[in-house]
Write a protein that binds this ligand. Sequence first.
Ligand SMILES: Cc1cc2nc3c(=O)[nH]c(=O)nc-3n(C[C@H](O)[C@H](O)[C@H](O)COP(=O)(O)O)c2cc1C
Ligand SMILES: [Fe+2]
Ligand SMILES: [Fe+2]
Length: 399
Amino acid sequence: MYNIRKVTEDLYWIGSSDRRLALFENVYPIPQGVAYNSYVLTDKKTVLFDTVDSAVAARFFENLRQILSGKPLDYMVINHMEPDHCSQIANIMREYPSVKIVCNTKTKQMIEQFFPQTYAEDTFLLIKEGDTLSTGNHELTFIFAPMVHWPEVMLTFDKTTGTLFSADAFGTFGALNGNIFADEVDFEKDYLDEARRYYTNIVGKYGQQVQMLLKKASALNIEMICPLHGFIWRQNLQFILEKYNKWSAYEPEEKGVVIAYGSIYGNTENAAEILASKLAEQGVKNIKMYDVSVTHPSYIISECFKYSDLIFAASTYNAGIFVNMENLLHDIIAHNLQNRKIFLIDNGSWAPIAGKQMRELLQGLKNCNVSENTISIKSALQENQISALEQMAKEIALP
Ligand SMILES: Cc1cc2nc3c(=O)[nH]c(=O)nc-3n(C[C@H](O)[C@H](O)[C@H](O)COP(=O)(O)O)c2cc1C
Ligand SMILES: [Fe+2]
Ligand SMILES: [Fe+2]
């Protein structure tokens, strides 16, 4: 049975949610599930904007058939060729053989890679950036956003209604629970953290490209944003645009401290706990502490994008960095984090080396200040090291 939501007069949401998937991209835990959005415009010419993940394909086809109710599908716009959105391209072509695929040359190449078959040349309507396509009452134009996840990514802008089909941009983790508009929920309270975790982990590496997209978007009269995951934005667009601006510029949202520690026997953890108390005594309020062996790195990365000061505390492990901390740091570096103040604590029973190695790794981060004063613990924190923790807390508490 179909499950369709009307977005505007002639635009429909025909997406669906998956609450069974444990790991998005087989990496990121999604305890609240994930939504795959797809949209249909029922103008004189009918247009499908992307498809869905194969997990929800059956629902999607029921929805699409209901909306079209026997009419042909004229166009299928492919904004993003990743399988979580495009798994159904070949099935759409089988069911609607006269459909024209509207995409760019990079996308066409990927379609041919993912779905090897012989394509008639007139299957594709290849567009360049800024081209327009009239569907009757609506005029669509295309904005290229390479690496706003993948190189072929583009956004489609409906000039008639000011609707931006934004691909992965402005999406969030989390299933949709009936409400499909951000203004129908308390987004900031209930969804912002997952939107940040989605952005920082999936697109975070490509801040520069997102900045370019935001610049292009600022020239458009956007009334509504329809992403491929999560909520549609039709009110207070400034809120999510400003968040994207901050995240993609690698600017912290707030003064605050993330303490990530990796500890085998609990001594490094103890130092982290004491430091947190010292910070609190200095009046610091936003202190977020994570055990890197307990919390998935995607959550910690998200917090590192949110806050200004980062502390990494790790024991030495086989003449290296405690393994889960090393993994986190590699991930942070891969996500191109910038503009942070960083402090280090290490531990070792015979040759503590984790601090030195963490410093070497973090040197790759742009515009990050790694404090000179690593606190180095020999097995357990000594009484005379408390003042060093106090000093570190004071340095961090500075505005
Ligand atoms: C598998 C393993 C490898 C270790 N390798 C080193 C090492 O190379 N150098 C060192 O000084 N300590 C090494 N240690 C010892 C711990 O780093 C040390 O006991 C530290 O104090 C543990 O801190 P924690 O209580 O926070 O876990 C190793 C411990 C384990 C379990
Ligand atoms: Fe994607
Ligand atoms: Fe996606």
